[in-house]
Structures are given as C-alpha cells and as structure tokens.
Design a protein around this ligand. Sequence first.
Ligand code: IPE
Ligand code: IPE
Ligand code: MG
Length: 270
Amino acid sequence: MSPRTEIAAAPSDLLEYIGSSADAIELVDHIDWTRLPRQIAVIMDGNGRWAGQRDLPRIEGHRAGISAVREVVETAARAGIGALTLYAFSVENWKRPQSEIDALMELLKEYLARELPMLLKHSIRFNAIGRLDGLPMKVQRDVRAATVATAANTGMRFVIALNYGGRSEIIDALRGVMADVAAGKIEAAEIDEDRLCEYLYTHDLPELDLLIRTSGELRVSNFLLYQIAYAEIWVTEKLWPDFRRLDLLRAIVDFQRRERRYGSVEAGDA
Ligand code: IPE
Ligand code: IPE
Ligand code: MG
C-alpha cells in the first residue's frame, strides 16, 4: 500500500473502538478520510457454512453472524460512513426450512431490542427496506418501533433489507410511477433516472459506492440491482460470522485504490 497524500485525521471515536494493533494503525493510516464511500451495502453470506464447519446447526451460524453485524454497524458509524445497508433476508429466502426462517426472524427481533441503546448512543437512524408487509406482524412491529425510536437521529443511516428483492423493488417503483401518472401528479415524459430513483426504497439514501459480499460468492443475489450500476464490488473469502471491524476498513482502503471511470477514459466523480 502506498501512503496517502491528503492529511485528514481519523475520527478519534473510531481509533478508540478498533484499538492500536499494528494492522489497525496501518489501515487507518491508508484511509483518506475526506473520500469515504457515501453508502456501503453488504451481502452478509456464509453463516450456514460457518456452522457446517463446526458441525453446528445453521441457526448457530446466524447467531454468530450477529456479532459481525454489531461490529460493522459500530465501525461504520464511528468512521463517518453516510449509510450502511445490510442484506438480511431476501424474497427468495422464504424457500428455506420454516424452522430456519423462524429462527432468523427471532434473531432479528432480539438484535433490534438489544442494539437500540448503541444506535441511540451513536445517533444512528435505522430503517428497513423491502416488502415489509410480508413479514410476520411481530417483526413489523419491532422494525417500526426501532425506526420511530431513532427517527430524530442525525448520524449514519443504518438500513436492513428484509423480504427484499432487487427486481421486486423495481416493480414496486414502477407501480408507484404508474399510480402517480394515472393520478396526474407527473407526466410519463418526465420520468428519467433521477425521477425513477425517487420511487425506489432507497430514495433518501446517498449514492451506493461500495458493495461488499462475504464468503467468496461472485454474484449479487438480487440485491440493489438498480443502485449498483457503478458501485465498486469487494468480495472476501471470509464467512460473515468471521467478518470483523478491521475487515470493513480493508474494504474501504481497497475501494479508495480503485480508479472509478464511469464510462469515461479517466477517473472522475459521479
Ligand atoms: C447468509 O448466510 C444469511 C442469510 C441469507 C440470512 P447463509 O445462510 O446464506 O449461509 P450459507 O451461504 O448457506 O453459508
Ligand atoms: C443472499 O444470500 C441473501 C442474503 C444475504 C440475505 P443467499 O445465500 O440467500 O444467496 P444465494 O442463494 O447464495 O444466491
Ligand atoms: Mg448463502
């Protein structure tokens, strides 16, 4: 890694949280704090394999994944990331055994209840995206409660994708557009990329700059299909339960070393 040229101090909040190991110091030194990804999205994958390697039931992998969620949320918030979007349950995940689905929903409820003080402490604003009305009522209620409890927070946006599908999101956006055209609120001819974005679940989030996937799979599994158009993709072999605070910083360092061209011949900003 070549040393960065710009000098902007790492947030002291973060330094306190990641400690002063040689790895932590080196990573922090290579991050340009003026050029952080605006939004990071994560496909948290590999919980089942993590459990399988230990002869444990898959649900134990999901349970172990909670500590990775906790660390990544707190690291991102302390680092000053604008928004963090985690893929927790896809529209396709209903194909899993009912016992696994129930356990995942239960873990989500436990997570929200337990993490609320941390979200408030760091002024993190939480919400969920996806077809939320398809979730069990108890989960909908807890998601709503955490959304309301953090609504006035002004720090990082923390978004969990639940019963989420990228194609469903585009269909829901199209339905919204068509309803507004029918109601005479907008003209069909006014629809362009910016207007369509206003109908996506992510309409109030900053640009997605970095997509992380764990456990080595090279696919996007129906996540944020519209939003990843020019996102940088970073894949690690690590299984999600093994993902730690420094791994997020590694992804940021790699992101900043990439040249983003947006179809042009030289690097530039979106
Ligand atoms: C990701 O881990 C968690 C969810 C999809 C909820 P998996 O459960 O997909 O783990 P693997 O891919 O089977 O290892
Ligand atoms: C993607 O992981 C969905 C989530 C992380 C919630 P999956 O494990 O469900 O995706 P595939 O089956 O590998 O594509
Ligand atoms: Mg998987």
